[in-house]
Design a binder for this molecule. Sequence first.
Ligand code: E4P
Length: 220
Amino acid sequence: MKLFLDTANMEHIRHGVRLGVVAGVTTNPSIVSREGKVDYRKLVQEICSIVPGPVSTEVLGQDARTMVAEAREIAKWAENIVVKIPASLEGVEATSVLAGEGIKVNFTLCFTLNQAVLGAGAGAAFMSLFVGRLDDVGEDGMAVVADIVEYLEYYQLPSQVIAASIRHPQHCLTAAKAGAHIATVPYKVLLQMIQHPLTNIGIERFRDDWRKVMGREELS
Ligand code: E4P
């Protein structure tokens, strides 16, 4: 499973890229707004220039014609741009048009297998299933991820499932088990994923044992 960062914060993205494990970035209008009243195009282009993979950014229009026009413009911003289109009926139409033009679409705000069937049929390159928001309303978000993965595999469809709306490391673990191609994680969750108290205790114990016998902190 690949990891994307779900943020528009440059400092966090730079760190993720330095770690060598961030294969892409996803944003949405709420995420971009968290960075203040920015120049949208400039910020997205800056992100695209440092991320070694797809960078998803979203349209605001609600009808197919507006979405297509916005997406065509956004697609010019960088080579690795993916345009996020919401999983509405208008969004299905827009996705079909854009996919036909070779513009990569991330079919977003997906909550059901039926929406994913339409997104994949329209030619979306990625489909973002919002796990956390489904869990919030008492549904099992990861079960839907597993169903979509199974559906795509059964029919040999090329769309990739992004487990989105990830809230904690347990979500990453279950996303991997569900076969998600990608999990897009907030920066905080990326930092949490590496944490285990026994790792920290182990590091300290190795250093202590060495220091006691060798009488120094360094290897040589
Ligand atoms: C996905 O691409 C979305 O940007 C994001 O995961 C939504 O997460 P939220 O439900 O925490 O807002």
